[in-house]
Design a protein around this ligand. Structure first.
Ligand SMILES: Nc1ncnc2c1ncn2[C@@H]1O[C@H](COP(=O)(O)OP(=O)(O)O)[C@@H](O)[C@H]1O
Ligand SMILES: [Mg+2]
Length: 507
C-alpha cells in the first residue's frame, strides 16, 4: 500500500492541494520522483536521502517511487522535501499512519542533517489551507511559523527538525502549536522618511503630490538635476495612510512568494516604496522567471513605484507598465501558461526635461539640440503618458528660499488630509470593489463624477484644444473628483476641473 501525505502546490499566489505518494517495492534500490517535478524537486531526492540517514532513520534498500499527484500539475519550489520524507517513513513502516497525519499538511525544505529550512510563499499556503475549511493542521518550517500564523484561525505547528516531527507523531514529545503573533498595528518607525516640512518651497508640487496620494493617481515630476524630485518622492510614504489588515496580508503574500520575508519581518505593515534602478532586468521589474516571482511592480502593490530617470528605462519595460497602470494587475507568461500578480501602485516618475537636464532651468543654459530633446521625450510613448494623470514641473528652488524660515505643512498634517479624503472614497465605493478614485471604470466615472453642463462644455473645449484622448478625458474627471473630495465637496465644480486640467497640460 502506498503511503500518502498532503502538501500544497504554489503558482504565484495561487495554491492547490497535492498528494505526495510513496510506494516501496522490493527491487533493485532506486529512487524515483514522478509527477512533473522541476529540477529543484529532483535535487530533493539527495536532500531527503541524506536527511533521513543523518536524522537516524533508515533509507529503504528498495525501489522507492514518489508521485506528486495530480501529475499534470507543474510543481515548483523546494518545499516537498518534508512531505516526501514523511511519506517514505510511513511507507517503510518507520512511522505509523494515523488520523492526525491524515489531516496534516506538510511543507518544508530539508537540510542534509534533517533540519527543516524556511521556504517561500507560506502565507499564501496558510491562507489557502484555512479557506479550504477542512480543519487541516499546517506543519511549516520553524522560521516561517509567525508568517503562517498571520492567518487567524489556522492552526500552525512549527517544525525545526525531521526527528522532532517524527517524535511528535509517535507521541514521544509533542511540538506545541504556534502562539507567536505580531501586532499588526504596532507603530512603525518613520524616522527615515523625509518630512514635507523639510522640503523648502515647492508648494504646487506638494499640492499635486497630495492629490496623487489621496486619489491614487500617477504622477510625473520633471525638472533640472538637484531640484528635489527624488526628495519629494521619498516623502510620499510619510503622507500615505496606514495599510488596513487585509491590505497588509495581501502585500505580505506577495513578499512571501518573493521570499523576502524573514523571521524578524514576517509582515509588511507599511506601504511599500520601491525604487528600481533603470538598469534592472525586465523580469525583476515586471515579474516572471522559471518559478514565477513577483517583480517590482507587484512589490509596490498598495504603495509607490518610484521610477527615477524615467526615460532611461528600456522601452519594453515602460510598455509593460501599461497593463498594471490600467488594471492593477500584471500578467506573467511562462511556458505552462500565464498567471497574474496584483500590481496596484501609485507610479511616481521623475525625469529631467532634456538629456542635459537644464531645458527648464532659470540659471543654466540647456546644451541640447531640439532633435536630442525630441528623441529623449519620444522614449515615453503616448499610451504610457496617457496613463500619467499629473505632470508637474519641479523647478530649482532659489537659494534664498532654501534657507528661509518659512513654516511649511508637515507630513503628519498632510497624512490627516489624505486620510480624510480616503475615507470619503471608502464610503463612496462601499458597494464597489475599488478603494480609490483612480480605480474607477468609465461606468463608475459616469456615476460618481457628474458635472453640470457649463463645466462639461468647458472640459470638452479644453480636451479638443489640448487633443486629449478619451482615456485622458475620463482620467481628468477622476482627478477632479479627488480635488473635490479634498475640498470636502459632494459636487465637482468647474474650479476642480480647471485645477485637474492644469496638471494634465504640463509637459
Ligand atoms: N526644495 C528643497 N528643499 C530642501 N532641500 C532640497 C530642495 N531641493 C533640493 N534639495 C537638496 O538637494 C538634494 C538633491 O535633491 P534631489 O531630490 O536628489 O534632486 P533631483 O532628484 O531633482 O535631482 C537633496 O538631497 C536635498 O538635500
Ligand atoms: Mg534624483
Amino acid at each position: 500500500m502506498p503511503a500518502k501525505v498532503n502538501s500544497v502546490a504554489l503558482f504565484g499566489l495561487e495554491c492547490r492541494y497535492v498528494k505526495v505518494e510513496v510506494d516501496i517495492t522490493f527491487a533493485i534500490p532506486k529512487f524515483f520522483i514522478v509527477g512533473l517535478p522541476n529540477k529543484a524537486i529532483d535535487e530533493s531526492k539527495e536532500r531527503v536521502r541524506s536527511s533521513l540517514k543523518n536524522a537516524g532513520f533508515e533509507v529503504p534498500r528498495a525501489k522507492v517511487t514518489v508521485n506528486l499527484a495530480p501529475a499534470d500539475l507543474k510543481k515548483e519550489g523546494t518545499f516537498y522535501d518534508l512531505p516526501i520524507a514523511m511519506a517514505i517513513l510511513l511507507a517503510s513502516g518507520q512511522l505509523k499512519f494515523s488520523e492526525e497525519i491524515n489531516s496534516a499538511v506538510f511543507m518544508g525544505e530539508l537540510a542534509l542533517d534533517g533540519s527543516v529550512m524556511p521556504v517561500h510563499g507560506v502565507l499564501s499556503v496558510s491562507t489557502f489551507v484555512h479557506q479550504e475549511g477542512e480543519n487541516k493542521i499546517l506543519y511549516v518550517p520553524f522560521k516561517n511559523a509567525v508568517e503562517a500564523n498571520l492567518v487567524e484561525g489556522q492552526e500552525i505547528i512549527p517544525v525545526k527538525h525531521l526527528s522532532e516531527l517524527v517524535s511528535h507523531f509517535r507521541r514521544e514529545a509533542r511540538i506545541s502549536v504556534c502562539k507567536e503573533s505580531i501586532d499588526i498595528f504596532k507603530s512603525t518607525n518613520n524616522e527615515n522618511i523625509i518630512n514635507f516640512s523639510d522640503i523648502r518651497g515647492h508648494e504646487q508640487v506638494k499640492r499635486a503630490v497630495t492629490i496623487a496620494t489621496a486619489g491614487g493617481h500617477n504622477i510625473k515630476l520633471s525638472g533640472p538635476p538637484g531640484s528635489g524630485k527624488t526628495l519629494i518622492a521619498k516623502a510620499i510614504p510619510g503622507i500615505m495612510p496606514d495599510l488596513k489588515l487585509n491590505e497588509a496580508l495581501e502585500v505580505t503574500r506577495i513578499y512571501s512568494s518573493a521570499g523576502m520575508l524573514t523571521h524578524n519581518l514576517p509582515l509588511i505593515n507599511r506601504r511599500p516604496f520601491r525604487s528600481p534602478h533603470h538598469t534592472a532586468s525586465g523580469v525583476s521589474l515586471v515579474g516572471g522567471g522559471a518559478s514565477p516571482r513577483p517583480g517590482e511592480v507587484s512589490l509596490a502593490h498598495r504603495g509607490v513605484l518610484f521610477m527615477d530617470e524615467f526615460p532611461e528605462f528600456p522601452r519594453t519595460v515602460l510598455e509593460n507598465l501599461r497593463q498594471p497602470l490600467e488594471d492593477g494587475v500584471i500578467t506573467v507568461s511562462r511556458a505552462s501558461g500565464s498567471l497574474q500578480f496584483p500590481a496596484n501602485f501609485i507610479l511616481v516618475a521623475a525625469m529631467n526635461p532634456c538629456p542635459c537636464g537644464y531645458a527648464s532651468d532659470f540659471s543654466q543654459a540647456c546644451t541640447c539640440t531640439p532633435v536630442e530633446i525630441d528623441r529623449y521625450r519620444k522614449r515615453l510613448s503616448g499610451p504610457l503618458l496617457d496613463r500619467i494623470d499629473l505632470n508637474i514641473e519641479v523647478p530649482r528652488v532659489k537659494f534664498e528660499k532654501l534657507t528661509d524660515d518659512a513654516v511649511s505643512i508637515s507630513s503628519q498634517e498632510v497624512r490627516l488630509i489624505v486620510g480624510r479624503c480616503r475615507s470619503i472614497q471608502e464610503k463612496r465605493f462601499l458597494n464597489e470593489e475599488i478603494v480609490t478614485n483612480s480605480e474607477m471604470s468609465s461606468r463608475q466615472v459616469r456615476k460618481y463624477c457628474k458635472i453640470d453642463n457649463q463645466t462639461l462644455i468647458f472640459l470638452r473645449e479644453a480636451s479638443l484644444k489640448l487633443k486629449f484622448s478619451n482615456r485622458v478625458f475620463f482620467r481628468i474627471l477622476k482627478i477632479s473628483r479627488t480635488i473635490a473630495d479634498l475640498a470636502n465637496e459632494r459636487k465637482i465644480f468647474q474650479e476642480h476641473v480647471a485645477e485637474a486640467l492644469q496638471y494634465r497640460s504640463q509637459k
